[in-house]
Design a protein around this ligand. Structure first.
Ligand SMILES: C[S@@+](CC[C@H](N)C(=O)[O-])C[C@H]1O[C@@H](n2cnc3c(N)ncnc32)[C@H](O)[C@@H]1O
Length: 204
């Protein structure tokens, strides 16, 4: 029975990856995902809050890795619809709560939810805001994981003149977020060159 379930899960996993590829949905890269799953296995969080659901891929994988519950926020209607469908297919509708709203305005929906882990994987220009809003819910010794910290290597590229104006703006904002994290005395932060760049901040 378990093997049958695993087979079904592997099929769904592949289906989601193919959908993401065919429809240019930026789901977490494999390397970043194994890092994230390791964090979940080590930390064993009861509750994770994710900013940026897309099609539900990382939320499903975090439950599979051992999280009890995931709250996840998505503002795009098409993504939200796909995520609801996929979470249902995975059989996790009672453990993954998908909130359809802009995360900059969704705090009221989760204000009473205490979390052990925050995973930020949405609009890069808003990372500092997401961090400020949702770390209010973090339990003692909770952790924050942020994806896309190196933004395809562009954050480390000091030659901003080579980039388009939009990309340059994003890179500047991500650089500011790096500094914000590394100078934040309430958290110990490390940034790793894994996947698209992952940051781990541990609440002191
Ligand atoms: C990189 S994808 C998330 C990928 C997903 N975590 C995964 O790995 O399977 C980012 C998603 O965040 C959503 N997003 C961006 N800014 C947002 C915001 N302010 N509020 C809610 N969702 C947002 C986008 O619509 C997109 O679906």
């Amino acid at each position: 029975m378990k093997m049958e379930n695993n087979l079904k899960f592997d099929e769904l996993d592949l289906e989601l990856k193919n959908y993401a590829k065919e429809n240019s949905v930026p789901i977490i890269q494999d390397e970043g995902l194994s890092f994230l799953e390791s964090m979940v296995r080590i930390k064993r969080p009861n509750v994770i809050l994710e900013v940026g659901t897309a099609i539900g891929y990382s939320a499903i994988r975090m439950i599979k890795a051992g999280a009890k519950e995931v709250y996840t926020i998505e503002r795009d209607p098409k993504m939200y619809e796909e995520a609801v469908k996929n979470v249902e297919k995975a059989g996790f509708s009672d453990r993954i709560h998908i909130l359809f709203k802009d995360a900059l305005e969704a705090y009221d929906l989760v204000k009473n939810v205490k979390i052990d882990m925050l995973f930020i994987d949405a609009a890069k220009a808003q990372y500092t805001k997401f961090f400020d809003i949702y770390t209010k819910n973090l339990n003692e010794h909770g952790i924050v994981v942020c994806d896309n910290m190196l933004f395809h290597g562009m954050v480390e590229n000091k030659n901003l003149d080579e980039m388009t104006r939009g990309v340059r703006g994003l890179v500047r904002k991500l650089n500011m977020f790096h500094e914000f994290l590394l100078s934040n005395d309430l958290y110990d932060t490390s940034i790793y060159d894994i996947g698209d760049g992952m940051a781990i901040s541990i609440k002191k």
